[in-house]
Design a protein around this ligand. Structure first.
Ligand SMILES: [Zn+2]
Length: 322
């Protein structure tokens, strides 16, 4: 009798251990947390200019934020650990426009929908983040954080704004540098005040070298808001600037601002996407109505880049699979 009780206790005990192990496994596999995932590969996507004002505002007010996301985009974002887009407008209720030609503003509540559709990071190092003044810039950062998204290229001062940002740690560290390289109209750059990063190429180069000497196995991507609008090829000096960053240790360069897809070049086996074009935008000329998603897969030893071209119809990107 005693032996039988002991035996059934052992069976029960084993059963409980099995349940606990199963639960731990499920929780581990269910997690998309790039800082704790058990996967041997991290999947990162870069998308271009994302505007939530003007023609896009009109569409959102009539049809809602969900109307901007086609299932082909949802599907790619849904399979990615990190999705970075360039937020080409402040997202704030503060209306303190600075004196410039194009002034944008998005409603902060719309950010949640970006998160719901898989976006995880928003680049702020562009020439529109400050459209509603410094208060609007600070508030945009706060609203992005409050939504559970991560801003890139912004800081309480230039030192913080220009730090390389760690976006994944497994299977190895992946850092992003973000920098604005086009002039921002009527905006006073003050290095001790909240701002977006405007680091020079020499400074970025120095920082990449420093980071790579400390962490040779890390991956470094540089995101640049640069180039000439509505053109298909980069300027000659942009090539020299891109080569300098790759010579310094960058593993890839992603550009935006021209609102067009520009040349993609391999230099020392590292890709330079001079401009990936618009993502969600209201410009409807053919040159502005195509964009690229750059998909980056990082394993312990390899990095692969893949590009997906999409068309933009009624502000909405849609991937055309063959
Ligand atoms: Zn721009």
């Amino acid at each position: 009798m005693l032996k039988e009780t002991k035996h059934s206790f052992l069976i029960q005990y084993k059963f409980y251990i099995l349940v606990v192990v199963l639960l731990i496994t499920l929780v581990a596999f269910d997690s998309c947390d790039v800082f704790n995932n058990s996967s041997n590969e991290v999947s990162i996507v870069f998308a271009g200019d994302l505007l939530l004002d003007r023609g896009v505002r009109n569409r959102i007010e009539h049809l809602g934020m969900d109307s901007l996301f086609d299932s082909s985009i949802d599907s790619v974002f849904g399979k990615s650990d990190v999705v970075i887009a360039n937020l080409e407008c402040p997202a704030t209720a503060i209306k303190e426009p600075i004196n410039k030609k194009f002034i944008f503003r998005a409603e902060p509540s719309w950010l949640m929908s970006l998160k719901d559709h898989g976006i995880t990071h928003l680049n702020m190092a562009n020439n529109h983040s400050m459209d509603q003044g410094r208060k609007g810039l600070v508030d945009t950062n706060r609203n992005i954080l409050d939504t559970g998204l991560t801003p890139l290229g912004y800081g309480k001062d230039t030192k913080q704004a220009c730090q390389p940002q760690l976006i994944a740690t497994t299977p190895r560290n992946v850092y992003v540098f973000s920098s604005l390289q086009v002039p921002s109209e009527n905006w006073m750059f003050l290095e001790d005040k909240p701002c977006v990063c405007e680091d020079s190429f020499e400074t970025i180069s120095y920082k990449i070298k420093k980071l790579k000497s400390k962490e040779p196995n890390s991956v470094v991507i540089v995101q640049l808001h640069w180039g000439a609008e509505h053109t298909r090829v980069p300027l000659t000096y942009q090539k020299q600037q891109a080569y300098l960053l790759i010579d310094s240790g960058a593993d890839g360069i992603i550009g935006h601002h021209p609102h067009t897809i520009q040349t993609v070049e391999l230099y020392k086996q590292k890709p330079i996407y001079y401009s990936i074009g618009n993502f969600i935008f209201d410009q409807n000329k053919p040159i502005n109505s195509k964009g690229l998603l750059v998909q980056l897969k990082v394993s312990k030893k390899d990095i692969t880049f893949n590009q997906l071209e999409f068309i933009i119809e009624k502000c909405t990107p849609k991937i055309l699979y063959e």
